[in-house]
Write a protein that binds this ligand. Structure first.
Ligand SMILES: [Zn+2]
Length: 241
């Protein structure tokens, strides 16, 4: 994996407008991992994909992560700052078996490829079924083929829970304590939407800067974007002085 230049990140952002978060994530990874095929990247587990995105994010915007939340009980706004390294998790097994008595499920943690197929579903129930069909295969039982739909509920629940445990990066939860009322809760940290929101804010600032400098000096977008942020700011200060 290589880190993205400003030009590359701007191009991925531009191309990612109106795309789903899964496609935005794959766009970023595709630009950062040109030595790997798009198919291989789409078959990374969600957690492995998100670990790479967080490392890209650290290279682009630094190690510090700032998150905000509102207390669900009293509404107080809370901020938290931590390091990217604090939220990197090691992936477990991508393939595993879950058993309950005579029933056996072959399980695989979901990938971007699975999510892309689930995105085509008409509703959440169909999307869930697509994911389950792809990630859960029931072993032949009693002399005939069966589907995951026919295994005991306990086994299904255990398999889904283990999928989360084996891919902790994809199921990362932040723990919050409200300083106002003491309420404690957790929230899911979505690496893709977090990074994409930051890229969007960065790209909008950059486009404004390009506009100001191109108007003042006649330089090309490529020349302005490839400048170091420090040097670009110096010229902006001169234009605005
Ligand atoms: Zn509170």
């Amino acid at each position: 994996m290589q880190y993205l230049t400003a030009i590359e990140m701007l191009e991925v952002w531009d191309a990612g407008q109106n795309l789903s978060p899964t496609r935005q994530a794959l766009g970023l990874l595709g630009a950062a991992c040109p030595e790997e095929s798009a198919v291989d990247l789409s078959r990374l587990s969600i957690g492995r994909r998100d670990s790479r995105l967080l490392k890209l994010r650290q290279a682009a915007f630094g190690a510090a992560v700032h998150c905000q939340a509102s207390c669900p009980r009293c509404g107080e706004k809370i901020e938290s700052t931590f390091a990217v390294a604090d939220i990197l998790r090691n992936a477990g097994e991508s393939f595993f078996r879950a058993e309950n008595g005579p029933y056996l499920l072959e399980c695989r943690v979901p990938t971007s490829e699975d999510l892309l197929l689930a995105e085509r579903a008409q509703d959440a129930a169909e999307a869930k079924n697509i994911l389950m069909d792809r990630c859960l295969t029931a072993a032949p039982h009693g002399g005939g083929e069966i589907s995951w739909r026919e295994v005991p509920e306990d086994l299904l629940r255990a398999a889904i829970e283990r999928m989360g445990d084996e891919d902790p990066q994809a199921n990362l939860r932040l723990a919050w304590t409200c300083p106002g009322c003491g309420h404690e809760w957790t929230s899911l940290f979505d690496a893709v939407s977090f990074f994409w929101t930051e890229i969007t804010a960065w790209a909008k600032r950059l486009v404004r800067d390009v506009h100001a400098l191109a108007s003042a000096y006649g330089w090309s977008e490529a020349a302005i974007v490839s400048m170091s942020p420090y040097r670009r700011q110096m010229y902006l200060d001169l234009v605005n002085s």
